[in-house]
Design a protein around this ligand. Sequence first.
Ligand code: 6LW
Length: 519
Amino acid sequence: MRLPERPVISGFHPDPSVCRVGSIYYLVCSSFEYAPGVPLFRSEDLRTWQKIGHVLDRPSQLALDRAGPSGGIFAPTLRYHDGRLWMITTNFSDRDGMLLVTADDPSGPWSDPVWIDTPSGVDPDLAWDEDGTCLVTWSGVDDVGRTVIRQVPVDPVAGKVLGEPRQLWSGTGGKYPEAPHLYQIGDHWYLVVAEGGTDRGHAVTVARGPSPAGPFEPCPHNPVLTARGLDTPVQNTGHADLVRRSDGSWAMVFLGVRARGGTPHWHVLGRETFACEIVWDDDGWPRAGEPVEPPYGGRPEEHEELTAGDLPLSWVAAGGFPADVLGPDEGGVRRLTARGGSGRTFVGRRQEHFTMTARASLDLAASHGVGGLELRVDHRHAVTVEAGDGTVRAVATIGEARAVLGALSVSELAVGEPPSGEPAAGEPPSVPRVTLELRTVEPSGPSPAHIPGPDEIVAGVVGPEGFRELGRLDGRYLSTEVAGGFTGRMVGLTCARGELAVTSFTYRGTDGPEGAPAG
Ligand code: 6LW
């Protein structure tokens, strides 16, 4: 087994589930507290994927008002059955049970949810037995509180549970057996699960049986995939889903992380989607084969900006939909509002490249309140360049600690830093506009912490003389190893109080030739 080095979908895109419709593959991922939810991708070769939308793209499908960091939508399963696409998942922050939606066409519309009142758990799978009975298989708990893989027959149209839940398997002894997927292949039903927890112990294990209800016999060479204890660029590999190509060969998508820096190594882009071939041995057991990955040479640089029309597909908001907090473009300005009370709003996109530069420009004359540009894992782990109360500040938030890394008064900006060329020569700017910038860069030298971090976050403002740094932070503090949870870094706009007039946002991301940081 040679683990891939480069993800097929980079950035926070975990828990991939894949299916094939004719010659086209579709893939979905978890989305947690962000809406729209469940990003949907399309591919013709499993190697390069294009985001084509979101399965849960309207409030009647997705309620996230009670979703804090890593709440909301956990691992989905996507299947093509009976001429339709089916997606099942859970919304922890809405109600118990499984949320099932369908579509005749992957680009939508997807139906409103059918809720199935299964016992509680996560990671539901959908399969149909030989009689056409729909089976939901998920990771739940048994009578004594142990995590086990459970299953129940359901009516997926009426949303009814049709029998008593049964217990299928609990893996090979690793903690948290989860992410079950069932496949009928030849004479067997294969059950693929993840175990070991979604961090360094993560693994994919397999069992098979004569029916979808088992009994299940474990594969003699489990785990079929793990990076546990290996010195490989990808770590935490697990949570896999298999897909059969039209030529009869098989491949597998799974999640992994690219952790960097010294021990214990920090990953900052979240759990990403990787892929590999599946090879079947003479006894009919699967093994992880060669990596399926983008070619060496790196992805092209990505450059994204907000334009006058709809938001880019990459844009999401935390705890609700972008339209709840960010207005449409009106003459080159979008209004970003804070929520009532102390609610700080966030709308933006995933950091999908190790090296990135994001910029946001604000019209300060048309803004009131506090907010600006933010790189974050969540609202408690963030670097923000914010304007408000007469200053522009770079602020680091790490849990309860909040430190101002550097500040400038707006009057300094207004005199020295006109908006992008609008005032006539010699005329002082009448409208103070400010361009805020955040960058992630390679660590710049020996770490004051002795153990090098994964990257550095540089915060500042951009004026006529170029970039003016306000402060920087070791990127480890915006990593999953510090923040915890299931998501990854996002970059975008935040408003803590009042309303901001946002005149532009740009994101530029680059990777080095091997998917490593650009040199
Ligand atoms: C998900 C579980 C997992 O429910 O992480 O890596 C959890 N696997 O299967 C959250 O994504």
